[in-house]
Design a protein around this ligand. Structure first.
Ligand code: NDP
Length: 263
């Protein structure tokens, strides 16, 4: 594949993900929820990872009612999970499926918008933990399952503020810079020794709770719905992007958010 590969230019087939097992963190709400439903619609067995079992059950019911492939719920609070919780999840994936074909690190928290000078230290630690350390730990325990796949895709979720620093975005921006770095390091490590590819994707502005938290006075109705952004994710999880690794992609052509952040 060439350097010009752009997942926005590819329309995924209806059965793009048929036979694939794909785990998604933060599958209970926002982009993760829309992506989980879209992956199931495209034929994947989805592992719904999140901290709120009631919300995950609603997503599970939606997939079941539509008659798409079976989804599985995995309750994991990325802020509180301990080593044995990660191990238990990895063991369950191996026992049930024997492999993992896709892992989407979508869950994240915004923390606070504040100058570094005044940024609350515990909030900083929490944001870095959920957005980066938990994604690292989950990837690490699931790598044996990913290596069992013929064509595995790991996707980290980035943001415009993870590519160019923006005042007041604090730990969230730093966590997304870290995610970009983790993507490159892991991709380089796995490139010649496995069939696991690793990329980052920036959804851009989306009509979700996180966007509302970051821009409370903005009209959410003008923003793309999460369902409208999932196409490039599906392409990056499916066979059309085989061989693509270590890259960072966008779902939208325009930069995310033009208005000034609030604190
Ligand atoms: P939402 O706040 O709508 O959803 C976040 C998801 O992460 C929810 O499912 C939430 O679970 C889950 N989550 C949060 N904390 C934890 C935790 N401790 N353990 C497990 N799950 C957790 O966010 P978005 O859908 O907007 O964001 C999705 C991704 O897209 C994030 O990585 C975000 O940084 C990125 N992004 C979003 C943009 C936007 O405009 N919306 C722009 C650029 C990037 P629960 O339902 O239990 O709260």
């Amino acid at each position: 594949m060439t350097a010009e590969f752009d997942p926005r230019e590819i329309t995924p087939r209806a059965d793009e993900l048929a036979g694939r097992v794909i785990a998604i963190t933060g599958a209970s709400d926002g982009i993760g929820r829309a992506l989980a439903v879209a992956c199931a619609r495209h034929g994947a067995n989805v592992i719904l990872i999140g901290r709120n079992s009631r919300k995950l059950e609603q997503v599970h019911s939606e997939i079941e009612a539509a008659g798409w492939p079976d989804a599985t719920i995995a309750v994991l609070d990325l802020e509180k999970a301990l080593a044995q919780d990660y191990d238990r999840l990895a063991q369950a994936v191996m026992e049930r499926f024997g492999r993992l074909d896709g892992l989407v690190h979508n869950a994240a928290i915004l923390g606070m918008l504040a100058p570094i000078e005044h940024y609350d230290v515990p909030t900083w630690c929490r944001v870095l933990h959920v957005n980066v350390t938990a994604a690292f730990a989950l990837t690490q325990v699931l790598l044996p399952a990913l290596k069992q796949s013929q064509d595995a895709s790991v996707l980290f979720t980035t943001s415009n503020v993870g590519r160019r620093g923006r005042a007041y975005w604090g730990a969230y921006a730093v966590s997304k810079f870290a995610v970009e770095g983790l993507t490159q390091v892991l991709a380089a490590e796995l490139q010649d020794i496995s069939a696991v590819r690793v990329n980052a994707i920036n959804p851009g502005r989306a009509r979700t709770r996180m966007r509302r938290q970051a821009y409370p006075s903005e009209s959410l109705e003008a923003l793309p719905a999460p369902e409208d952004l999932v196409g490039p994710y599906i392409v990056l999880l499916g066979p059309s992007s085989r061989g693509i690794t270590g890259r960072s992609f966008d779902c939208l052509p325009a930069p995310e958010g033009a208005s000034a952040p609030r604190s």
